[in-house]
Design a protein around this ligand. Structure first.
Ligand SMILES: *[C@@H]1O[C@H](CO)[C@@H](O)[C@H](O)[C@H]1NC(C)=O
Length: 341
């Protein structure tokens, strides 16, 4: 039987790659040509909006996540000098699109840094990163995953701001579709439908933080705000028997075998009751499929009827009806599962 899924066992991949530290590129000052390359520079509205303490925490996390994204695209862009410029569609090469994406991410970082510093809060310094990329195809597949994680985290950011800083929601809303345009390009490259879903999938900031950790060289982050260092860290969830980043065939239900990357990080008594795989996709309430444990293996059915990128997480409850409650009940993961169109 043909594989139903080719999900990305991100965590296992990332940690199995030998680290080769790379130069840090900070986003605090925009190089002169970036505005041209990005299709526009920082917004020229005068002054900095005053933001709440809650928003400072949220934008610190956004800065942390966008640093990774920005670095990923800058490094990928440099790699095009070895990969060649890639396919041309309508006279525009893949490298030209990635160049614009990299610049746009730099502008996003700079605008977040400007907002933080304008409110007397320090910027978040970049860490050192390590990505499991071997060629243009794996770069653009992982680009899709990283972009979807960013999209999910931006939705969470907008929701958090809606109570404390509603004036900033529109700014976040102006970034979100830019990220979705990026993903449409990555999906087309993989011969997937560029617009797979009616809704984007929101995740929690804590989940996004955990997903980012997969690409951060341990111990390489300096002076992170305590809001970030106090976020919970879950053990990784991986899927046994799947390779590098790629897309899957249509969303057929099937059984997958999961494994927890660092079982010693699981809390005491984690398997004393029933276990579930939680599935998060679009604006739906989390779905749950039962998990059976066989040694190190966790067997679970895939929730049918999901599209785009779904997220799986190991949990010992099946009653959480929103992403924040599910995050509190997460035992391992999350794991992004890209579904074919
Ligand atoms: C760039 O290429 C290097 C060497 O192949 C690789 O280790 C790294 O992961 C690549 N990074 C990206 C973002 O493509």
């Amino acid at each position: 039987m043909a594989p139903l899924f080719l999900p990305v066992a991100l965590s296992f991949l990332a940690r199995s790659v030998l680290a080769s530290p790379v130069a840090i590129v900070t986003g605090t000052a925009l190089p002169p040509n970036i505005a041209q390359q990005a299709g526009g520079g920082l917004p020229n509205q005068p002054g900095t909006p005053k933001i709440s303490a809650n928003a400072i925490n949220s934008f610190h996390l956004a800065n942390f996540l966008e640093n990774l994204e920005s670095y990923f695209f800058q490094e990928g862009l440099m790699n095009y000098t070895r990969w060649g410029t890639g396919e041309q569609v309508n006279g525009v090469s893949n490298m030209a699109v990635v160049s614009r994406i990299a610049a746009q991410e730099e502008v996003h970082v700079a605008s977040i840094v400007g907002l933080l510093e304008g409110n007397g809060a320090p910027a978040v310094a970049p860490c050192q990163y390590d990505f499991p990329i071997t060629d243009e195809t794996s770069f653009l597949a992982l680009a899709s995953i990283i972009t979807n994680v960013g999209i999910g985290a931006l939705q969470d950011l907008a929701d958090g701001l809606s109570t404390t800083d509603p004036g900033l929601e529109a700014t976040v809303a102006s970034i979100l579709p830019v990220e979705s345009r990026h993903d449409a390009f990555f999906r087309l490259f993989a011969q997937e439908v560029p617009n797979p879903t009616a809704f984007e999938t929101r995740i929690s900031g804590i989940w996004a933080f955990n997903l980012a950790l997969d690409f951060i060289i341990p111990g390489s982050c300096q002076g992170l705000p305590s809001f970030i260092t106090s976020l919970p860290i879950f053990p990784d969830l991986g899927i046994i028997g799947y390779g590098g980043p790629s897309f899957a065939t249509p969303n057929s239900p099937g059984k997958l075998i999961f494994q927890v990357g660092q079982p010693n990080m699981l809390p005491q008594g984690w398997n004393s009751g029933p276990l579930y795989m939680a599935w998060v996709n679009q604006d739906n309430v989390p779905a749950y499929t039962p998990v059976t444990v066989q040694g190190n293996e966790l067997h679970a059915d895939v929730q049918p009827g999901m599209f785009g990128v779904a997220y799986a997480a190991l949990t010992n409850q099946n009653t959480a009806t929103n992403i924040n409650d599910l995050t509190k009940a997460t035992l391992a993961g999350p794991l992004p599962v890209p579904l074919g169109s």
